[in-house]
Design a binder for this molecule. Structure first.
Ligand SMILES: [Fe+2]
Ligand SMILES: [Fe+2]
Length: 133
């Protein structure tokens, strides 16, 4: 299922929105490939790109939160770390035993987690980052 970008996902912090849009684009690319005839090699490449970009985005967000002394920064970073571990396991399983079904599980998990995380957790630091920058 394709994610349609929606104004409610916007934080108004340019670098955060840019990253979130990039992640949504990658998830949609993966989704399109899973619907079509994308071979498992190319599907694996997009999953790799997603894992890398997720890491990059988390670090960027963590630096932003730390830079303004956001009180919940450590808790927020923990949700990133936990997600990263779970995603790593899911992707690891997908690499050991590549299948469209395993890739669909990665895609479904990423889509659900990311949108929920943006709307609930990321939105909480928005006023603090805006006030502090
Ligand atoms: Fe984020
Ligand atoms: Fe976050």
């Amino acid at each position: 299922m394709k994610i349609e970008w929606n104004a409610r996902y916007e934080t108004g912090i340019a670098e955060v929105d840019e990253d979130h849009r990039r992640l949504v684009d990658l998830i949609n690319d993966l989704d399109a490939m899973l619907d079509g005839t994308g071979d498992l090699g190319r599907i694996g490449m997009i999953i790799d790109a997603l894992v890398d970009y997720t890491d990059y985005h988390f670090s960027r967000e963590e630096r932003l939160m730390a830079g303004v002394g956001y009180a919940e920064a450590a808790d927020h970073a923990l949700t990133h770390t936990e997600f990263g571990h779970f995603l790593g396991e899911l992707v690891g399983g997908c690499m050991v035993n590549p299948s469209r079904e395993a890739a669909i599980r990665v895609n479904d998990y990423l889509r659900e987690w990311l949108l929920d995380h943006i709307l609930v957790e990321d939105m909480k630091f928005v006023p603090v980052v805006k006030a502090g920058s």
